[in-house]
Design a protein around this ligand. Structure first.
Ligand code: FES
Length: 537
């Protein structure tokens, strides 16, 4: 019998049609009925242990776990009878026997399922007046996760995550009966590349994020859907940013990243490497104003001055040495729209063909067969599809060192990641004019003549194309710092200073233009890409 065969049943009197094999809990979700649950998580094996999701099924004498029972033809389910509500109250009363009432100081407050369900279904007249059991509190169990055993309700989601998803098995249920508790196994710590996910799936405050703890109350966080820029997988994420950010308090603007479900890319998960890379957004070495090198020092200038200087250098190079003396290092950190605009500016308008996006990475990088890829760029595929693979960065650097390249436009790259410092200095030192466009100050940015500060992924609109050719949207969660601008606007400013025809202003308009002229993007719009992406043709 095919998994896709449809089954019809009724839930609370509503007719529901779902594929055979679907659990009652998931079937109810399809018609907007949310059945309270703790141990169930759609990305993990159902174990039916917490008993919070019990429902009535016609012809069955007892309440049944909706998370663990699959729908069948003609089934009639009730989710809100007096007996069900009595069961939920009893489960909550049991779970709260030993759960500390430290909600005011608990990091999970505001997104705690114990709190939320208790508000809806709690007994409000607890009969338990013994002392609560004391267990381990504030116990770091790995580089990213803190355990509070008193708050744990033994749903075992975290244990199953380490068994089924990472297959590392660091966590287990220790002891039996009322002594049962979650802990790391002796002599090891929770230190796998995906450990932060256990915090996401913990329904209470037992597992908290050491990076996020006590940084910001969750109700002050705004949420913007985006895509992780940490590697070419393009995991779907939510950027949680501080809606009450005030620079006077030296606060962070972005407080955390959370995985966003996409069945075709990352499922429910993301890696720690991507999760904690958000610190770079507010790093002290962000470039925040256009700068020109004067003698040995950088001087902040206006955008007009910086762009005018750049355009004049470009024009002069073309007039005196021809377009062959100009090279461009595009970046796979840029969006499809920005790369398309870069291509339009240099290849279509100025007839400069020497564009390359690939710079090798000398560092040892981690990758695996789950989510993490060796390419630490979000848009290498987009750059490739846009035809920005050239003769290689090494060849361009050689020509720089030989004095054949007189104008070099470097987008984002820190070339020292790929080549020895001396080689970079010797090459860029011979170029008459090095333009650096990027977000952070680093050794390559230091070798430029003009630096143009740009927005990072969390500060702009656009799309990335992941390694499998899935085009996915990013959105601005916070504005760029200082005078930094999205790359698109920087390129438009350079084009305007050169007197080139005006181009579409917004990322969505550039995307439409790109879809008209670049075959793999044909027919796409931001609407068709939607929130979960669309594959290239
Ligand atoms: Fe169904 Fe726990 S969610 S028994």
């Amino acid at each position: 019998m095919s998994q896709q065969e449809q089954v019809t049943l009724s839930i609370d009197g509503r007719t529901v049609r779902v594929p055979r094999g679907t659990s009652i809990l998931e079937a109810a979700r399809t018609v907007g009925i949310s059945i309270p649950h703790y141990c169930y998580h759609p990305g993990l094996r159902a174990v039916g242990s917490c008993r919070m999701c019990l429902v009535e099924i016609e012809k069955m004498p007892k309440l049944q776990p909706s998370c663990a029972i699959a729908v069948s033809e003609g089934m009639a389910v009730r989710t809100e009878s007096p007996e069900i509500l009595r069961n939920r109250r009893a489960v909550l009363e049991l779970l709260l026997l030993n759960h500390p009432l430290d909600c005011p100081v608990c990091d999970q407050a505001g997104e705690c399922e114990l709190q939320n369900y208790y508000m809806e279904h709690g007994a409000y007249d607890p009969r338990f007046n013994e002392n609560k059991t004391k267990r381990k509190k504030v116990a770091p169990i790995g580089p990213h996760v803190m355990l509070d055993q008193e708050r744990c309700i033994l749903c075992t989601r975290c244990v199953r995550f380490t068994q089924e998803i990472t297959r590392t098995g660091e966590l287990g249920v220790i002891e039996r009966g009322h002594r049962s508790e979650i802990d790391i196994l002796p002599g090891i710590e929770l230190n796998n590349p995906y450990s932060g996910n256990v915090v996401d799936i913990c329904p209470v405050g037992a597992l908290t994020d050491r990076d996020f703890r006590f940084q910001c109350r969750v109700w002050f966080l705004g949420r913007t859907p985006s895509v992780c820029p940490g590697c070419s997988r393009g995991c779907n994420i939510e950027i949680h940013y501080n809606e009450r950010f005030n620079p006077r308090y030296h606060d962070k603007r972005v407080h955390r990243l959370k995985p966003r479900y996409n069945k075709d890319v990352n499922g429910f998960w993301m890696c720690d490497e991507g999760r904690y890379a958000y610190h770079a957004i507010d790093a002290p070495n962000r470039l925040t104003s256009p700068e020109m090198l004067q003698g040995e020092t950088w001087r902040a200038v206006t955008w007009d001055d910086a762009v005018r200087e750049t355009a004049a250098a470009l024009r002069e190079t073309i007039e005196r040495h021809g377009v062959a003396a100009i090279a461009v290092l595009a970046s796979p950190q840029m969006t499809n729209e920005e790369l398309f605009r870069l291509r339009q500016l240099y290849r279509d308008h100025l007839r400069i063909g020497d564009i390359e996006y690939r710079v090798p990475n000398r560092a040892q990088v981690y990758s695996d067969d789950f989510l993490i890829t060796a390419d630490k760029n979000p848009n290498s595929r987009g750059a490739e599809v846009l035809g920005l693979a050239g003769r290689g960065t090494a060849a361009i650097l050689e020509d720089c060192a030989a004095g054949r390249i007189r104008f070099l436009h470097v987008c984002h790259h820190d070339l020292e990641r790929g080549y020895e410092t001396e080689r970079i200095r010797a090459a860029l030192g011979r170029v008459d004019f090095v333009l650096f466009q990027g977000s952070w100050d680093h050794p390559t940015a230091q070798l430029a003549h003009v630096r143009l500060p740009t927005a990072v992924y969390a500060e702009k609109q656009g799309t990335f194309t992941n390694l499998n050719g899935r085009v996915q949207r990013i959105h601005a969660a916070v504005p760029p710092p200082g005078e930094a601008l999205p790359d698109l606007e920087v390129l438009d400013a350079i084009a305007a200073a050169l007197g080139l025809p005006a181009a579409p202003a917004s990322a969505s308009e550039v995307f439409i233009e790109m879809a008209k002229t670049v075959e793999p993007f044909a027919g796409m719009t931001y609407g068709t890409v939607g929130s979960s992406g669309q594959n290239l043709r």
